[in-house]
Design a protein around this ligand. Structure first.
Ligand SMILES: NC(=O)c1ccc[n+]([C@@H]2O[C@H](COP(=O)([O-])OP(=O)(O)OC[C@H]3O[C@@H](n4cnc5c(N)ncnc54)[C@H](OP(=O)(O)O)[C@@H]3O)[C@@H](O)[C@H]2O)c1
Length: 337
């Protein structure tokens, strides 16, 4: 189905895993961010964790932020918190609720709300931050897809489909997309991280699914592939508007991501940095002038530097396996266009 994948170095694998826990300190910090007056950013999964910090930091720089969440009440509570923490800004925070990627029927109405808010203003930044790392492998979406694949891969790509015509316009020089990935991509399947025969595990008995972290790893490998494939598939418009699409591993951090992980969820706050550091990584991807149109699919690691992803994923960018995955997902989500 795909080009045979090259094997990947175990030494690099171990180094990158280790680096996730002991990254360099951030160098690109809020004092370095440009003023974002008149710019608009979309941040998904922004009611808590890293996304909530991203909203605050963007708003502090006068950005108009559209916070896309599944639970509107939680989104509005996070907005109130951000307004208290940042009392002075020329920007705004608008909350779009109901965008639960566990039912793909939710995405089109959320995209319509975004369109209504945006009207004809430029859309500058899209941060696909929402994500699920489940402690079990049994979650299934309303459409019968494995829950993490639906949340971390299908939902974001479907939302991006609706945002493309709003984003790919020559209306402002700042055009960035951040697909939030993870060092967890190293845990994905052998061939480019993906279970090519059936990445969604639809109709596969749960007893035959692999471990939860292999499933999570697949989704985070997919995010890397999506970040490059999106730029290839939209190359003409991307070149015209100067858009840059990158993947960001925010860091191994203490957030609500492990809320259902019992013991691990209890221990992590004592040993890991908080979500703010992940926001530094994501905003490096969204704002750093180091990244240009030559960096499509760059793998940003904590807290704002670029590394190489797994060797087979690097190969996918050359042999087109990234676009193959994008097309497979596109076929599946096209029912919800
Ligand atoms: N924290 C880490 O160590 C780490 C490491 C590597 C990568 N990441 C990635 O960073 C991103 C942010 O994670 P985080 O650490 O900030 O986790 P978090 O605190 O759990 O935040 C995740 C956000 O995603 C939303 N979300 C979860 N399932 C969703 C669904 N089905 N549909 C729509 N939204 C959904 C959550 O909404 P609710 O609050 O309503 O559930 C929440 O707003 C994720 O993509 C994650 O994979 C995190």
């Amino acid at each position: 189905m795909t080009e045979p994948a090259p094997s990947f170095s175990k030494i690099n694998w171990l180094y990158e895993m280790y680096y996730g826990f002991r990254p360099n300190q951030p160098k690109f910090l809020p004092k370095d961010y440009p003023d974002l007056t008149g710019k608009t950013a979309i941040v998904t999964g922004s009611n808590t964790g890293i996304g909530a910090f991203v909203v605050e930091l963007l708003y502090e720089k006068n950005c108009n932020v559209i916070s896309v969440v599944r639970n509107e009440k939680k989104g509005l509570a996070a907005k109130e918190k951000a307004l208290k923490k940042v009392p002075k800004s020329d920007g705004s925070i608008m909350v779009v609720g109901g965008c639960d990627f566990l039912d793909l029927n939710n995405v089109k109405p959320a995209a319509q709300k975004i369109k209504d808010i945006l009207q004809s203003r430029p859309l500058n930044i899209i941060i696909h931050n929402a994500g699920l790392m489940s402690p079990v492998n049994i979650g299934t979406s309303a459409q019968g897809y494995e829950a993490m694949f639906s949340t971390n891969v299908m939902g974001p790509q479907l939302l991006q489909h609706f945002l493309d015509p709003l984003f790919l316009k020559k209306d402002d020089p700042l055009k960035r997309i951040v697909w939030v990935s993870s060092c967890g991509h190293l845990l994905g399947f052998k061939e480019y991280g993906i279970n090519w025969e059936n990445p969604t595990f639809k109709d596969v008995p749960i007893s035959e699914r692999p471990r939860n972290m292999t499933l999570y790893g697949q989704t985070k490998a997919a995010n890397l592939l999506q970040s490059h494939a999106w730029a290839i598939k939209n190359k003409k418009a991307v070149d015209e508007v100067g858009a840059v699409s990158v993947a960001v591993f925010p860091g191994n951090l203490s957030t609500d991501l492990t809320r259902d992980w019992k013991l691990l969820g209890w221990v992590l706050p004592y040993i890991l940095a908080g979500g703010l550091y992940g926001a530094y990584s994501e905003l490096y991807g969204a704002l750093s002038p180091d990244l240009t149109v030559k960096d499509q699919g760059a793998y940003v690691v904590p807290y704002g530097e670029v590394h190489k992803p797994r060797e087979d994923i690097q190969a996918a960018f050359v042999n087109g396996s990234d676009v193959k995955l994008y097309n497979i997902v596109e076929d599946l989500i096209s029912k919800y266009f």
